[in-house]
Design a protein around this ligand. Structure first.
Ligand code: CIR
Length: 257
């Protein structure tokens, strides 16, 4: 995995309390707390040495802080995804404009539905979760786009989660953190070692490596942090309660490249 040097994030919308959520939380999202947690996230990326561009939130786009879903970086290109949630499509313009200053942009056909949260890369292969957000047509279109850049793509059936990266996140090109019991055990076994995480802490399987063995992990999941530590990695716990309330976690909040 090439160590990223840049990050793109977007502040929570003033309407973040109206973000999509499969089971809306009571009490509702606390916007001030969301901003504070987001600021801590940005600070952690910067402490890790990343140059971070922070886009302002848009009061008309409740989910706009979840930039990951809008684009997937492949080398010096960014594939612009197509989010199947209609309220989210307009989030992409600002993300594309920011990435377009340093990356070549690739558009997918309108028939393709694919969220960045469903895409992870190990070396020259992208794994794409088939979920309620990413269709077979989305996978096919994405696979064709990255094939032209010299990458392979494999589809991964996912059940019981919004996105593939709810259950599996790469910690390096040859190590993937996976929640036990959620994905087919042999899925990455031919290309990467698996770091099994406890199902009781399933939310914390969404981890974000930021270089120098540092890994951002949701706060409050000690067994996951211990598993990282035992592996010689440096877990950096961050509070994510307000993003979790909108079905989001750590990777969702940035595009690192
Ligand atoms: C949504 O439902 O689209 C947002 N509320 C959450 C998106 C989370 N994104 C991600 O996991 N990549």
């Amino acid at each position: 995995m090439n160590t990223p040097t840049r990050g793109l994030v977007r502040q929570p919308s003033g309407a973040f309390a109206a973000a999509l959520a499969r089971e809306p939380r009571q009490p509702p999202i606390d916007l001030a707390l969301a901003h504070a947690q987001h600021a801590e996230y940005v600070a952690a990326l910067r402490t890790g040495g990343l140059a971070v561009t922070v886009l302002p939130g848009d009061p008309d786009l409740p989910d706009c802080c979840f930039v990951e879903d809008m684009a997937v970086v492949a080398g010096d290109h960014a594939v612009l995804t197509r989010c199947s949630a209609p309220s989210r499509s307009p989030e992409q313009a600002a993300v594309a404009a920011a990435l377009g200053s340093s990356l070549d942009l690739i558009e997918l056909p309108e028939s393709a539905c694919i969220d960045g949260g469903d895409v992870l890369r190990l070396g020259r292969t992208f794994y794409v979760g088939l979920t309620e957000r990413t269709t077979g047509a989305g996978f096919e279109a994405f696979a064709a786009a990255v094939a032209r850049l010299g990458y392979a793509a494999r589809a991964v059936p996912v059940v019981g989660a919004l996105h593939l990266k709810c259950h599996a996140t790469p910690l390096s090109d040859d190590l993937v953190a996976v929640t036990a019991g959620f994905l087919e055990p042999g899925l990455f076994a031919d290309v990467a070692e698996l770091l099994w995480l406890p199902p009781a802490e399933a939310y914390a399987a969404n981890l974000l490596p930021i270089g120098c063995d540092r890994v951002l992990v949701a706060a409050g999941f000690p067994r996951t942090a211990d598993a990282l530590d035992a592996r010689g990695l440096d877990p950096v716990p961050l509070a994510t309660s307000e993003f979790a309330a909108a079905d989001g976690s750590l990777t969702c909040l940035s595009i690192l490249y």
